[in-house]
Design a protein around this ligand. Sequence first.
Ligand SMILES: [Zn+2]
Length: 444
Amino acid sequence: MRAAKNNPISSSSISPILAIDPISRLRELIETSSIFPNEQAIGVLIERRLRELGFSTKRIPLQDDPSRFNVVGERGTTGTPLLFYGHMDTVPIYGQWDKDPFKMREESGRLYGLGAYDMKAGVAAILCACEEKTEQRIKVAFGADEENISAGAWALAKSGFLKNVSFAVVPEIEDSLYASPHPNSIMLGRRGRAVYEFDVPGQSAHGAHIRDGVSAIDEAARLCLELDRLNERFHPQGAVPEASQFIRKIEGESTSLTLPEAARLELDRHLVAPETSASVLVSLQRYVDELYARGVFQCPQKRIQIRLKERTTPYLEPYHTSEKLPQVQRLAKIVREEVAEPAFTYGFSVADENVLASCGIPTVSYGPRGANFHSANEWVDKAGYSRSCASCAALSASRPNSSCLFPPARVPPGFFNLPSARYTWPHPNALLAMHTSPPTPRGL
Ligand SMILES: [Zn+2]
């Protein structure tokens, strides 16, 4: 049984199928602190709840800290598996809260608490949906470290658990251009993100003779201005926002009376499909060549070097799941019946969904509305939370023609047999071509 359309939760309207009422499910999650990197307690709680719901469960440890783990579960025998995914962790407490952030508080149709919106309501909605009695194969995964560098999601991707998953639904916050108080938007994609390092050379000279050399810091300043101007070339396309970038670090110095001969910039870049972190590197190199050709720099005999900044997990590539996929249409039908005609949107920010999509899984976000995530007095809309529980339950119980509605994701052979020390993902464009209809490519 589903919650009635637009019907907020009350103790009298809870479906008899639900063993624990949705409010209690959310409350116990909020009252179990899970500020990263301390997700163990909530992991144990979720694991226990999944077992009560008839799931076989497993822990997937994080590569760099095996004491931290994701929790995954599986149930059912029919069809190819649908995946519900949520992250367990929250950010630390920010700002001045009116009340204890670890005690769920209800006020004016809002449920307050740390992580209520991002994304414990989504995690609770998944658990509520799992109370639906169904033979359909369902996989659930709850990740650690999303608010940091998605180490949990990458561990999940490498574990093999995602093999054969046909569709991933993530009841995560929405941050699209068209985010509205109406909980009818299905987010089909998210921007990606990568950080690039620029080594900027200068020409040293005695500091009393500044015309004899070129300060690398001056050259870096010129580059900063030109990189900022690039933002003017980026434009949204429908619901898909524009790419954007900013300088996140600049360093360089002279330790003597000498013009500095080296400086370094870091550019933080949000990517839009069909861009990839690799394709943007090539575009940036071309752009710097263009600047040299235009005579922007005063030290042309040495060239600026650009590279992707190293980090311990891969960068999150952008993705765009086609609304025409039967999996997406199935969810759209449920939203249409439960809420309203769905709006298809695209997220500004990266999240663990980018990792799932990088594995070739058609991925969408559909979660309740709220506000104040990553700040004081975070809340989630109670009625929206109720609808999320109902929509996830309806999706988990749907009995599609499995060969038609939930075809397995076409993951390249060997994709899940990744070496443990290095990430060698297939070119993301190859994956995009399988499951997406990206917007028209654009250059810088
Ligand atoms: Zn989140």
